[in-house]
Design a protein around this ligand. Sequence first.
Ligand code: BTN
Length: 265
Amino acid sequence: MNPVDLENKLAGLPLGKIRYFDSIGSTNDYAIYWLQYGPPNLSVVIANEQTSGRGRAGRQWLTPRGAALAVSVILYPDQLQHTHLAMINGLGALAVSEALLKLGLSPSIKWPNDVLLNRQKVAGILPEAQWLGDTLRGVVLGIGINVQRAAVPPAEMVSFPAGCIEEALGQPVPRELLLREVLDALISWIACLGQPSFLKTWENRLAFQDEPVKLVPSSGEPVEGRLLGLTPEGNVRLLVGQDEQVFMAGEIRLRPLVESKQRGG
Ligand code: BTN
């Protein structure tokens, strides 16, 4: 990846500014810093390597040089509609899954936003809202994709099996083209954020539909139930015993019950 090639590959997309780093701590950290200078909507930060990539719940996210995609997209609230902030999770996951579909793969989304291929996580989304007091300054939507095997974290680093796109596809994937597809899909879906078509597509792509799953909150007891789908707000619906219960994204992790039992956890 080099900046000139990247600019060419992204030409024609209605992006704001593009900042490319051969190596950076975290594209999300840079985008959050950049926000105070008011970059245009849909400005992007892209890195060939992250040395302190961040995942959800304070976890580390690996982005070894040349093996992954790490991008952060800056979005402003007037483009987002406040009530739909929770859906930014779905937006990132839909954009990645759309790009993978175009490659001929069959992605699914582990609610709220992990993208899976063959039940292995290949991409993660980290949306971070920036507030000025009560006012939303902007949202940084971080997207990390394991393209090559070198980007797949070792088993002891992850709580869910991880994989990469090239192994699922069986051939090399040009990262710039993948990035273009992801950004293209993201831009298309923003216009539909929270609308029935958006929710239906997100829901239809959910992994473990109608399967027994376990929701593991960061504190409190895990809940087991059958995955029913989404609410209009993008929360997950579970059949727990005879009752339908709704859970919000946050620090909840979702696991397929069958696999987690097989794996002893
Ligand atoms: C997850 O834990 O699943 C979310 C991972 C998000 C990783 C991406 S890579 C680009 C951006 N910069 C970061 O430091 N994190 C996000």
